[in-house]
Design a protein. Structure first.
Length: 196
């Protein structure tokens, strides 16, 4: 369902008048200096505590997206509606183990992995990790060369999987079907993220 998500403004006024709705990118000219600081420390997300109190969101879950982006992703990305099986959250697996500027496909893979494995323990771990990231003001990792990016994404997936299972990620031939579907493509397979 749709709801009004509260957030502190981080972009210039009327930022989408020329471009229309487009996701933020690294070094986005629409983001103000103060906005960069608010985004880096995630302070811009604090008003969403009102959404949590109203029951629109929970503390942990897939991040809510704007309706215009949801409609686009539903058309373009297989299984995208599955991320709506749970209430959206202030912090999620994609925010803790992913990258602020990850593609929607990459974020979806984290979201589906979270949905399949969600528990109170995992929620507590993710929330504590998200608070730690915000308190220390860690900036999003910038993306480099495609091969390096893919390798880093693979490493983030393995860390996320290990955090969920408390063990190393399985080999492809020993993974159960739903685990294999949750894992990223192997480095160098030429895939562009695929569908989750």
């Amino acid at each position: 369902r749709s709801f009004n998500q509260y957030k502190l403004r981080t972009m210039v006024k009327n930022a989408e008048d020329v471009t229309g709705p487009v996701p933020a990118s690294p070094a986005d000219a629409r983001v103000t200096r103060l906005g960069n600081l608010l985004r880096r420390t995630h302070i811009d997300e604090l008003p969403q505590m009102l959404n949590i109190l109203r029951g629109d969101m929970s503390l942990v879950g897939p991040r809510p997206e704007r309706t215009v982006f949801v409609q686009r992703h539903v058309r373009q990305i297989q299984d995208y509606p599955r991320r709506h099986a749970v209430r959206p959250g202030l912090a999620g697996l994609a925010q803790v183990y992913g990258d602020y500027y990850s593609t929607p496909r990459e974020k979806l893979r984290y979201d589906l992995l979270y949905i399949r494995n969600r528990s109170l323990g995992l929620d507590l771990q993710l929330f504590a990790s998200a608070v730690g990231l915000a308190l220390f003001g860690l900036t999003p990792r910038r993306r480099g060369h495609a091969r390096v990016r893919h390798r880093r994404e693979e490493q983030r997936w393995r860390r996320a999987y290990q955090a969920l299972r408390g063990e190393g990620a399985p080999d492809a031939d020993t993974a159960r079907p739903n685990e294999a579907a949750a894992r990223p493509p192997e480095a160098g397979d030429g895939s562009n993220g695929g569908s989750a």
